[in-house]
Unconditional design. Structure first.
Length: 326
C-alpha cells in the first residue's frame, strides 16, 4: 500500500518542456489520437508525457538505478514500452495536473493524490503482447499550461516563456500522393519580422526542419526537399496572417493570428507515485466508463481500468533493490 511518504518529488526544469515539445512536433504526423480534441491539445498531452519520462530517466540515473531504454518510442507506435527495469518492460503512465488549486493542494499535502485512480486505457491493457510481469508506473506532472490567446499574449509580454505552434491539416502533414511541395513559398502580412521553425518530411520520410524569417509583406521560397509540412512554431504570436503556398494545393493556406496554440508547460514538479505489474493491475482494477469525473480529468474520454493510487506498490523498495543488484 502507498503512503504520502512514498511519493517521490522531482523538481521540474525548463529543458523537460523543451524535450517534450521537440518530441511532440516530430510525432505530429504519426500519433493516433485516442483522447480526441484538437491537434494542439494532442501535442500538449504528448509533450507532458515525454517531459515526465525524461524526468524519470534523470531520477533513475541520479539514484544509481540501472535501466535500459527500449529505443526511443517510435513516432508510429505511441503505445510502445518506454524502458526496462531489472528486465521488466515498463509503461510509464503520467497525468498532467494543470489546475492551480490542485497543484497547490498536492504541494501542501501529497496524500491528497492517494484516493485518485491509476488509469490504464482499456484498449491498451487488452492489446496483445503484454507479459504478466510487465510494470505499470504512475506519475503526476504538476504544471500550468496557458492556453487562452489573451492570457498567452500577456505571458509573453511579461517576458515569460511560451511556444506557439500551428499544426498543419492532414493534406499538408500526411499528403497523398507523396510528391514534392516545391516551390514552397510563404508570405507574412505582419508589420514586423516573424521568425518561424517549420517541420515536416522529405522524399524518404526523414524528419526535416527549417528556420525562416519572414519580412513584412515579402514573399520568400523555402529551401529543402519538402514532401510534407506538419507544423510551424514560433516564440511570439504573429500579429496578422501567414500565407503558405505550394503548387500541389490549389489555394494558398492562410493562418490567422488566433490559430496558434501554446504548448509550453510551466512545470513545477513531477510526482512519482507507485507501480504494479500487469497481472497485479488486472486483479485489482475495475472498469471505469468514459465520461466519469476523476481527480485527473473533468471527464474521462475513453474506457479505463482503474486502481486507487493508494493500492499501488511504493517505488522506493523497487529502486533500492535494483540499485543493489547493479
Amino acid at each position: 500500500m502507498l503512503s504520502a511518504s512514498d511519493i517521490v518529488r522531482i523538481p521540474y526544469t525548463p529543458d523537460l518542456s523543451e524535450g517534450g515539445i521537440a518530441y511532440a512536433c516530430r510525432s505530429l504526423a504519426y500519433t493516433y489520437d485516442r483522447m480526441g480534441g484538437s491537434p494542439v491539445e494532442r501535442m500538449r498531452r504528448i509533450a507532458a508525457g515525454v517531459a515526465v519520462e525524461l524526468a524519470f530517466r534523470r531520477h533513475l540515473g541520479r539514484q544509481g538505478v540501472p535501466f535500459d531504454v527500449l529505443g526511443a518510442t517510435p513516432f508510429t507506435d505511441p503505445d510502445h514500452y518506454d524502458l526496462s527495469l531489472g528486465g521488466h518492460r515498463c509503461d510509464l503512465k503520467s497525468y498532467h495536473i494543470t489546475r492551480r488549486e490542485q497543484i497547490d493542494l498536492l504541494r501542501r499535502d501529497p496524500s491528497a493524490a492517494l484516493p485518485a485512480p491509476a488509469l490504464v486505457p482499456l484498449d491498451q491493457f487488452a492489446a496483445e503482447g503484454h507479459r504478466a510481469d510487465d510494470l505499470y508506473l504512475f506519475a503526476f506532472l504538476l504544471g500550468e499550461m496557458t492556453a487562452r490567446s489573451e492570457e498567452v499574449d500577456r505571458l509573453i509580454a511579461a517576458g515569460k516563456p511560451a511556444c506557439l505552434v500551428h499544426p498543419l491539416p492532414a493534406d499538408w502533414a500526411r499528403p497523398h500522393p507523396w510528391v514534392p511541395l516545391a516551390p514552397l513559398a510563404m508570405k507574412s502580412e505582419c508589420d514586423s519580422l516573424v521568425a518561424l521553425e517549420l517541420g515536416g518530411q522529405d522524399a524518404e520520410r526523414n524528419f526535416i526542419t527549417q528556420r525562416v524569417e519572414l519580412s513584412p509583406r515579402q514573399r520568400i521560397l523555402i529551401p529543402g526537399d519538402w514532401h510534407s509540412l506538419a507544423y510551424m512554431k514560433c516564440a511570439h504570436r504573429p500579429g496578422r496572417r501567414i500565407g503558405l503556398h505550394s503548387p500541389v494545393h490549389a489555394e494558398t493556406y492562410l493562418i490567422p493570428s488566433i490559430d496558434w496554440g501554446n504548448v509550453w508547460i510551466d512545470g513545477e514538479a513531477v510526482l512519482l507515485l507507485g507501480w504494479l505489474t500487469h497481472e497485479q493491475f488486472r486483479r485489482r482494477s475495475r472498469l471505469l466508463n468514459a465520461g466519469v469525473r476523476t481527480f485527473q480529468y473533468a471527464r474521462t474520454r475513453t474506457k479505463n481500468l482503474a486502481v486507487p493510487l493508494a493500492e499501488l506498490e511504493p517505488l522506493g523498495p523497487l529502486f533500492e533493490r535494483l540499485a543493489a543488484s547493479a
